[in-house]
Design a binder for this molecule. Structure first.
Ligand SMILES: *[C@@H]1O[C@H](CO)[C@@H](O)[C@H](O)[C@H]1NC(C)=O
Ligand SMILES: *[C@@H]1O[C@H](CO)[C@@H](O)[C@H](O)[C@H]1NC(C)=O
Ligand SMILES: *[C@@H]1O[C@H](CO)[C@@H](O)[C@H](O)[C@H]1NC(C)=O
Ligand SMILES: *[C@@H]1O[C@H](CO)[C@@H](O)[C@H](O)[C@H]1NC(C)=O
Ligand SMILES: *[C@@H]1O[C@H](CO)[C@@H](O)[C@H](O)[C@H]1NC(C)=O
Ligand SMILES: *[C@@H]1O[C@H](CO)[C@@H](O)[C@H](O)[C@H]1NC(C)=O
Ligand SMILES: *[C@@H]1O[C@H](CO)[C@@H](O)[C@H](O)[C@H]1NC(C)=O
Ligand SMILES: *[C@@H]1O[C@H](CO)[C@@H](O)[C@H](O)[C@H]1NC(C)=O
Ligand SMILES: *[C@@H]1O[C@H](CO)[C@@H](O)[C@H](O)[C@H]1NC(C)=O
Length: 891
């Protein structure tokens, strides 16, 4: 027995100890493995900035302390966060050998590949963040294998196709973010499966076309639903009122129609932001949105009300900060309670047909910053309570039925910046304005104001736009207004009298004083009846004549040097305001002629985000192209003239010449030489792009030379900033010339950026880094140039808008094809003869380098010129290799 028990014991010990050894082995081998797994993962990754230098088997740093690695307490890796490290290359499946990996965050890098489905083998992965990379391709149905995922973020990539039904299997999802991609088709009817979902983001998928699935009402934990700018149509499902936890709702800029679900306000008590702007919604606003329980309307009309109403009456929407319902067809009374919510910051309801009043209780909206209710049917006095809101910086309510007098405190908010009460029925005098020292723009046009222009306006240091036109104002224009740096001063059509202050006229970009028969002064039909000043005026005009003839003489002289300047400054008190012009070339045309000639017929397409182009036939029978650029009164004339001159002095055979420009308060007309063959973009866009290879090469070299000149040879160095085939014009010899260059210098950086932003969402000429790096670089121009090369080689337009499977931009289309063996030959334009195949492949290669994702891998424009010229020399001038490759740029 003891013997037996001993042997049993020893056997047990043996088994136990071997088990123990086994576990020790296993765990130690696991610990050795984790660094190796990381190193394998790293070896597939491109890390140009060497952020992963700590990932190395030669350092003594424990791998849990490597960049981006987080371990659990037991030193197994639980999370990899390699965000914003400029990484590219391949996301290797080896990472799934980390059996406890919960989080993989590769956001804000340059991974350029399809969705890494193999990661579904990471059995414990619950967070996958690939946001803001270059992920492409469709989501296959196998996405359903990611059973464990709770947070899936594929936003800001180029994923396309329909969202597959398979996502319905990801029943644990809490965050689903597919925003900012190229998805198309409709949302599958599987939303009801996401019972844990908190955030649903399908925003900015412009090719999507879908109704909002009605089972959205089953997502009882949903807090954020972001579907803006994604092609949603149809009605907002009424089930949305079941989602009592909603805080952020953005359905703006879709094609939604119908009425708002009736219980929406009273059910969504936690709302913070509600945006349904820019849809086709109509009908009455839901009865009782944000309504107080018990109290249905709150309106106080006494001007002595001092703003300490009890706030217990407001029951709902206590958290609402932003309400945006503008640009729809809503009718009926605007819900009164919205005006006095304790947290409300923004109310935008312009361009509807709302009626109703602005209540005194608006004073309780102590966080209110911005109100825009223009173009509605509000019939209301302007409440005294509005002046008690100290955070208000914008209030615009033009085109309504506002009446009564302006309360004296209407501009008491210390941060007030924009006030627009134009086109209403407000009467009485304009109160003196003292407190709002930050006021930039005041428009009271087209009301029934009487009395004088308040002198205190002259004490508002940043007042820039002042429009008091079409009232019944009397008296003189206060001299104090000369203290201001106004850009717009409009007092036309009042009953003002007396002398117009001289310096007010002199420095103003836009002055409108017509329709005041009793005003007098230089340049007006009614010169003031003061002898001395009359003589002075005569003197001035004599001097002006002398100057003009001098200028003419100088012009004729400088014509000899190929440079001709006449400055004309005319003040026309017409609709078009004051025009000033500078010509660099003897154009026999007046501003009036230009404006008359620019009718719709002359308009050529809708070229460019920066304005229209008109082809104008001058009286001398010359054709010129005139580009009209709205400036919103930004740059001063002096700056503008300097900048245009900078651009107009460029003389290069591949840059379009600027012949002159005219300028008024709100627009610039740039006059360019006109080229016969139109733009390269239009030529390629026509579908039958037949150009022979030698012309394509010539065009490519010409553009490259033009850009190289702007970048490096011209002083000051310029960036084009909008390189695309539509901005390449061709003369009758197919010599290319760049146009629309360096418009940032005319518009100012901010205005330029915002125009670019509004169009770049869809533009594939924009370098990928444009999204996060707003500072313009030469490499961004190079990228645009690379896209043009790809257009020339493939004969495809950069952006093809057909709905078929092939609706990719040319960069992605080419990249995808050239990855397949022999793919390079397939992308070449089939219309090219086989004899130029070798050159075409060469240009393709240069195009791919220029469009490379990493800016520093793109060649300079000089390198591009040299590379393209060497292509040309090989075919056409085989014996003159040396001379042809010297890349001198003709100036
Ligand atoms: C480190 O890793 C490299 C490649 O992964 C290998 O060649 C080398 O032998 C390793 N060095 C040590 C000290 O483990
Ligand atoms: C990581 O580094 C910190 C301090 O640098 C150290 O205290 C810690 O022990 C290290 N962790 C591991 C697992 O080596
Ligand atoms: C990524 O690379 C660009 C260009 O080299 C550089 O300007 C940028 O700072 C890098 N970003 C990070 C996060 O290092
Ligand atoms: C993914 O990363 C981005 C970029 O940092 C971040 O804004 C986003 O919230 C992350 N997504 C999730 C689901 O955590
Ligand atoms: C919804 O989830 C269930 C499991 O909870 C699954 O059986 C079903 O297939 C899912 N539906 C879809 C459309 O994926
Ligand atoms: C929007 O919907 C209406 C019908 O409700 C339709 O006629 C119109 O074409 C749609 N617009 C767009 C841009 O889809
Ligand atoms: C405002 O009204 C309250 C209550 O009627 C009163 O106590 C207070 O003195 C008033 N404040 C001012 C500034 O008139
Ligand atoms: C307004 O209501 C909130 C929440 O009910 C309360 O905390 C606050 O004290 C009230 N303020 C006033 C001035 O009554
Ligand atoms: C201006 O005042 C005159 C006289 O008081 C009046 O006849 C006229 O209707 C007023 N015009 C406007 C636009 O209010």
């Amino acid at each position: 027995m003891p013997m037996a028990s001993y042997s049993t014991l020893s056997l047990t010990f043996l088994i136990l100890s071997s088990l123990l050894i086994f576990t020790i082995n296993a765990s130690s081998s696991e610990q050795q493995q984790e660094p190796d797994i990381l190193l394998t993962f790293k070896s597939a990754i491109d890390d140009p900035m060497n952020y992963l230098s700590s990932w190395s088997n030669t350092t003594t740093t424990h791998h849990c302390n490597w960049t981006g690695v987080t371990c659990t307490t037991t030193t197994t890796i639980s999370s990899l966060t390699l965000q914003n490290l400029n990484l590219s290359g391949e996301i290797s499946p080896s990472i799934c050998q980390l059996s406890n990996l919960i989080t993989l965050n590769l956001a804000d890098n340059f991974f350029n590949q399809p969705i890494p489905l193999h990661l579904s083998q990471c059995s414990s992965l619950n967070t996958l963040n690939l946001s803001n990379n270059l992920i492409w391709g469709t989501i296959p149905d196998q996405i359903s294998e990611f059973k464990s995922l709770k947070f899936l973020d594929l936003s800001k990539n180029h994923v396309e196709g329909k969202i597959p039904d398979g996502v319905g299997s990801l029943v644990n999802l809490q965050v689903l973010n597919l925003g900012n991609n190229l998805f198309s088709g409709s949302v599958p009817n599987v939303l009801g499966n996401f019972t844990e979902l908190i955030v649903l983001d399908l925003s900015v998928n412009p090719f999507m076309e879908s109704e909002i699935p009605s089972d959205v009402g089953k997502l009882l934990k949903l807090e954020q639903v972001l579907l803006q700018r994604s092609g949603f149509y149809g009605e907002i499902p009424s089930s949305i009122v079941e989602l009592k936890g909603l805080t952020f709702v953005d359905l703006s800029q879709n094609n939604l129609s119908g009425v708002l679900p009736s219980r929406i306000g009273s059910s969504l008590k936690k709302l913070v932001s509600f945006d349904v702007s820019q849809n086709n919604l109509f009908g009455y606003f839901p009865n009782g949105i944000c309504e107080a329980s018990g109290l249905t309307s709150l309106s106080l009309h006494t001007n002595s009300f001092n703003g300490t109403l009890p706030n217990t009456s407001i029951a709902n929407c206590l958290n609402l900060e932003r309400l945006e319902v503008q640009n729809n067809g809503f009718v009926g009374d605007f819900p009164n309670n919205l005006w006095s919510l304790p947290r409300i910051k923004l109310i935008r309801a312009e361009n509807n047909r709302f009626s109703g009043e602005i209540p005194e209780s608006v004073s309780m909206a102590s966080q209110l910053e911005q109100v825009q209710i223009d173009n509605n049917s509000f019939i209301s006095k302007i409440p005294h309570g509005l002046g008690l809101v100290k955070s208000l910086y914008r209030f615009s309510a033009s085109l309504n039925g506002l009446y009564g007098e302006l309360p004296p405190n209407f501009c008491d908010s210390p941060v007030m910046s924009i006030i627009n009460f134009s086109h209403n029925y407000i009467a009485g005098e304009i109160p003196e304005i003292k407190k709002c020292k930050k006021l930039v723009s005041l428009s009271l046009a087209d009301n029934n104001f009487v009395g004088r222009i308040p002198v205190s306006l002259g004490d508002l240091p940043v007042l820039t736009y002042l429009d008091l036109s079409r009232n019944n104002l009397t008296g003189e224009i206060p001299l104090e207004l000369q203290n201001l740096k106004l850009a717009l001063f409009n007092v036309s059509f009042n009953r003002l009298s007396g002398r117009v202050p001289a310096s007010l006229i002199a420095g103003l970009p836009a002055l409108y004083i017509q329709g005041n028969p009793e005003l007098c002064g230089p340049g007006l039909s009614n010169s003031c009846s003061n002898e001395g000043s009359d003589r002075r005026i005569a003197g001035i005009s004599k001097l002006a004549c002398a100057l003009i003839s001098l200028a003419l003489l100088a012009g004729i002289l400088s014509l000899a040097f190929g440079f001709y300047v006449i400055r004309r400054s005319s003040k026309r008190k017409s609709e078009t305001g004051i025009w000033r012009s500078v010509f660099f070339y003897p154009l026999r045309v007046t501003e009036q002629d230009l404006i008359m000639a620019m009718d719709e017929k002359a308009s050529r397409g809708s070229s460019g985000a920066f304005g229209r182009v008109y082809i104008v036939n001058l009286p001398s029978n010359e054709l010129v192209a005139v580009k009209k650029i709205p400036t919103f009164g930004n740059p001063s004339f002096k700056t503008l003239r300097t900048e245009v001159k900078t651009l107009a002095k460029i003389r290069h055979k591949n840059v379009v010449r600027i012949l002159g420009f005219c300028h008024s308060y709100d627009s610039i007309f740039l006059i360019y030489e006109c080229l016969e063959k139109g733009s390269l973009g239009d030529l390629i866009g026509k579908g039958e792009f037949q150009l022979a290879w030698s012309f394509r090469l010539k065009i490519a070299i010409g553009i490259a030379q033009g850009l190289a000149y702007l970048h490096k040879d011209y002083v000051p160095h310029l960036l084009h900033r909008d390189v695309k085939s539509k901005n390449v014009l061709l003369d009758k010899e197919f010599e290319p010339k760049l146009t629309d260059f360096a418009l940032d210098r005319l518009l100012g950086e901010t205005a330029f950026q915002s125009s670019m932003d509004s169009k770049s969402a869809s533009s594939c000429y924009m370098a990928p880094e444009f999204g996060y790096n707003k500072k313009a670089t030469e490499q961004m121009d190079t990228y645009g140039f690379g896209v043009i090369l790809l257009e020339l080689v493939t004969g495809r337009a950069a952006e093809q808008m057909d709905s078929s499977e092939e609706s990719l931009d040319v960069v992605k289309w080419v990249r995808r094809k050239v990855n397949i063996s022999n793919g390079a030959l397939q992308v070449l334009d089939p219309k090219l003869s086989s004899s130029c195949q070798q050159d075409a492949l060469g240009m393709l290669e240069i195009g791919l380098q220029c469009t490379s994702v990493m800016p520093e891998k793109r060649p300079s424009m000089f390198e591009a010129v040299a590379a393209l010229q060497s292509l040309g020399s090989k075919t056409r001038l085989p014996s003159l290799d040396l001379s042809a490759s010297s890349h001198s740029v003709p100036v």
